[in-house]
Design a protein around this ligand. Structure first.
Ligand SMILES: Nc1ncnc2c1ncn2[C@@H]1O[C@H](COP(=O)(O)OP(=O)(O)OP(=O)(O)O)[C@@H](O)[C@H]1O
Length: 251
């Protein structure tokens, strides 16, 4: 069964004004458990709107969004907050760690909010810290570590709740190319271990790590590419070429 199902999703801003914005016009796609999907498109294409709808931060104006068969459009604000805590992990471009908390406490924060016992938190952090290479920095503070290390802490924070779906918004946007590669390799490992990922990115290099890339143009799905058995390099070139065609108005 699909993990996520979107059918005919639309999002209109300022619907009753003289200048309505049709941010999403008709988006339909399914995500199976274990998939790794990149979403690309030019600035203003509707990527963040789409991610926000899947994240229950915004509601679709029309259409259906189901996660594990639950209709996200029907959630009250309290139910949406609970749904986010229980089912989603978030990774942001600027890490969004709290500087006043140690790295460990940043990672524990979603479990604290969910009232998980400390013994369970300690148990969950061990394999994650080893897999993410953060054992040595875990008791420092976010201001005392590099950007790439901060993103590793943020990944741990997103994964410690064992989410059904990991949503990443430009996760390498604030990192240099070598650090980006390290983070993307970590995403590969996390996905290889079964984690479903949806990542919005402007970077063809980042998207080439995903198994499938959806290209959004003017609020619609313009094209879709599957990595298959292609090398990262060849697939990245294919993604860049598709973006170039899309930007130049090609069909
Ligand atoms: N709150 C809002 N009110 C009105 N229009 C909005 C609002 N949020 C987004 N839009 C418009 O909806 C369209 C899609 O925006 P969105 O932020 O989803 O694009 P994006 O692909 O994420 O762009 P970027 O890559 O620059 O982040 C744009 O035309 C944008 O101006």
């Amino acid at each position: 069964m699909n993990l996520l199902h979107l059918s005919n999703v639309q999002r209109t801003y300022n619907a009753n004004s003289s200048h309505p914005v049709y941010a999403l016009k008709n988006i339909s796609f399914d995500v199976n458990p274990g998939e790794y999907i990149a979403i690309m498109g030019e600035s203003g294409a509707g990527k963040s709107t789409l991610l926000n709808i899947i994240a229950t931060l915004e509601k679709a104006t029309a259409g259906e969004v189901l996660l594990n068969s639950q209709n996200l459009n029907k959630l009250t604000p309290d139910e949406a907050a609970k749904y986010r805590r229980e089912h989603l992990g978030f990774i942001f471009q600027h890490f969004n760690l709290l500087d006043t908390l140690s790295n460990r406490d940043n990672i524990y924060l979603p479990l604290v909010l969910a009232k998980v016992p400390v013994a369970e938190m300690d148990k969950r952090i061990k394999p994650l810290a080893s897999a993410l290479g953060i054992n040595k920095i875990i008791d420092r503070y976010p201001t005392e570590i590099s950007g790439g290390q901060q993103q590793r802490i943020a990944i741990a924070r997103a994964l410690i709740t064992q989410p059904d779906l990991l949503l990443a918004d430009e996760p390498t946007g604030a990192l240099d190319s070598n650090t980006s590669k390290e983070i993307l390799n970590l995403f590969d490992t996390v996905n290889h271990n079964g984690q479903t990922i949806i990542m919005v990115t402007h970077s063809a290099a980042a998207a080439s790590h995903a198994k499938r890339t959806l290209f959004i143009k003017d609020g619609k799905i313009y094209h879709e590419l599957f990595r298959g058995n292609e090398s990262l390099k060849d697939y990245q070139e294919q993604i860049s070429n598709t973006m170039m065609t899309l930007t130049n108005g090609g069909e």
